[in-house]
Design a protein around this ligand. Structure first.
Ligand SMILES: *Cc1c(COP(=O)(O)O)cnc(C)c1O
Length: 372
């Protein structure tokens, strides 16, 4: 029996480079006294991140939300933006912050925006589509692009879950007009807080760099009302170091996913995603979907049972963004409009997964689920 209040595992724990390596980087920062404003680690991290991700034009940010707002601002997006209710709330907030209105569209069984439903949501005010590659599983990017081209819409992918995800050897970040990443502590790759904006050419990258630095395009010239989105030297240094270890961390996460899949394969009423052929995954999340009818226990009861046993899973994404106070009054937030999103949001539990999660804990979690 578990001791009261002992937590054996939470949904995730951040990857961190060895402290001994970080200390010498700190010494360099202390000597230089350059703490921010495009210092040497900022430049090094941006360059090495681009190489690791096979991306030519990207700009690093202080978190994963400001690249979303900056992407929309840089393309002067207004009116309505079609997006998904099955995501972290920042996706819709970013649309709100540029003064546009999010229009929620239902999702498919992966939790990704349903291409079929996008077209029905287009109005004369629609200017862009902001899909999310949920859990790092790719959206139907060809279908989405085809609609965007036909209606003259921009596509900005919230790729917060997609560090290192590739499709046939090509980065998932290559799709759309822009894509954004988050390096929040809970993500596969982190810089404590952090993020990046991926764009397609150097002129746009320059413009984005201006916008994340108040709009400064020179000592006395402001091109637009930009924001302060710059990453500091400490976190850039952390990022440089973690890049050297991240492949090993992802390989360890993959092993955890494999144990879950093997152990939960024949549990009636529990489903989960398998690896997709030709996709390089990053194993950031291990969502399971609990069918109350077939499993014989509700999602919330299983969630509470795991918690009582010291395993703190999370219900990502529940509630839907469209159910939160700022958005629930929108016409597109009507549940009748979003049946699949409602269903998976009521069934999902993201199980603990991180590089150093002990194997016996993974087995114990699987056992709790098997025994009901
Ligand atoms: C984490 C996350 C973000 C925001 O990232 P922050 O770095 O926390 O600002 C945006 N969208 C999605 C889908 C996320 O999961």
């Amino acid at each position: 029996m578990k001791l009261d209040n002992v937590i054996y595992a939470t949904v995730t724990r951040p990857s961190m480079p060895p402290l001994s390596e970080f200390i010498s980087f700190l010494e360099t920062i202390w000597e230089s006294k350059v703490l921010t404003n495009n210092g040497v680690y900022h430049q090094q991290f941006e360059k090495e991140l681009g190489e690791r991700l096979k991306i030519k034009h990207l700009s690093i940010f202080t978190n994963g939300t400001l690249p979303l707002t900056t992407a929309l601002q840089s393309m002067r997006i207004t009116g309505e933006v079609i997006t998904t209710p099955y995501s972290f709330v920042a996706t819709a907030h970013a649309i709100h912050w540029v003064g546009a209105v999010p229009v929620f569209v239902d999702v498919d069984d992966f939790g990704n925006i349903s291409t079929r439903k996008i077209e029905q949501a287009i109005t004369p005010r629609t200017t862009a589509i902001m899909p999310v590659h949920c859990y790092g599983n790719p959206c139907d990017f060809n279908g989405i692009q085809e609609i965007a081209d036909r209606y003259g819409l921009k596509v900005i992918y919230d790729a917060a879950h997609c560090f290192g995800v590739e499709i046939n050897g090509k980065s998932i970040l290559e799709f759309g007009d822009m894509a954004t990443l988050s390096f929040h502590a809970t993500k596969t790759f982190n810089t404590l807080e952090g993020g990046a904006l991926v764009c397609r050419d150097s002129a746009t990258k320059t413009r984005v760099d201006y916008l994340k630095n108040f709009g400064f395009a020179g000592e006395t010239k402001i091109v637009m009302p930009g924001i302060n989105g710059k990453m500091d030297e400490f976190r850039a240094a952390f990022g440089v170091l973690l890049l050297r270890h991240i492949d090993g961390e992802i390989a360890k996460r993959k092993k955890i996913a494999e144990i879950y899949r093997e152990s939960l394969d024949r549990v009636e009423g529990i489903s989960f995603f398998h690896d997709i052929e030709d996709i390089k995954h990053n194993y950031g999340y291990f969502p399971i979907f609990v069918s109350e009818k077939r499993y014989g226990m509700s999602r919330d009861s299983l969630y509470e049972k795991l918690k009582a046993n010291g395993f703190h899973a999370r219900r990502y994404f529940h509630p839907l963004i469209s159910d939160f106070l700022p958005y629930r009054g929108l016409p597109s937030s009507n549940k009748k409009n979003l049946p699949n999103a409602v269903k998976i949001s009521e069934e999902v539990i993201c199980l603990p997964i991180y590089a150093d999660l002990q194997k016996d804990y993974v087995e114990r979690i699987a056992e709790i689920i098997q025994l009901k």
